[in-house]
Design a protein around this ligand. Sequence first.
Ligand code: MG
Length: 260
Amino acid sequence: MRYILCLLTVISLTSCKLQKNMPEFAKNVVVAHRGAWKAQNLPENSIAALKQAIALKCTGSEFDVQMTVDDVLVVNHDDIYEGMSIAETSYDDLAVHKLSNGEKLPTLREYILAGLDNNTSTRLVCEIKPAKTKERGQKMAEKTIELVKELNAEAMTVYISFEYEILKKIEELNPKAQTQYLEANKSPEELKADGIDGADYHFKVFKKHPEWIESAKKIGIALNAWTVNDPVDMDWLLEEGFDYITTNEPELLLEKTGKP
Ligand code: MG
């Protein structure tokens, strides 16, 4: 009897844990661009900025992925870090230099783990940066999706890229992955045909192509716009019913949309 009780306790604790990890995304449209760094004066793409976006309950927090010469995926916007080309430098050599808040240059593994910690509301919006060659881009896509799978972060992750072939590789490896394209040279219909899930374009593109807003909604392509910092532009995109708005001012946009 005692054994059965113990077993039942273990089972219920396990299912609690599983449920705890199920995403319940915040019901707002706010994606913090490179994390919520600005208001707190944090470094962009730092784990502290990600944690702040999670604390604000943004529906997403965006970050940029590069790969070192020894194939370590790291989170940094530019392809140069402290004067060194990330693609041509080892992680150890790069990591000698800390971020301005004292954090070390985050690896993607550390970043995702931080994003899974005590978070079911904020999507991890993972931008895979274009590489110098197609092969290297494909390798970055493969390594990223492998890591996301290993860390059990698949349900929390949205992949974005300016490099179409990177997104196509992600979809090939996991057709259930959420992908959004950043370079505004494809119509929603073209994205749909290639299995891409969203159009994440510069907001001015949607002013030029209002028909894309309508067709995206019709065929189920997610709408996201970057990088929207002006309240007037925010209002317009909210009126247009965008699914996501990527911004350096998440606090302001959350104020407009009502906190979750
Ligand atoms: Mg980015």
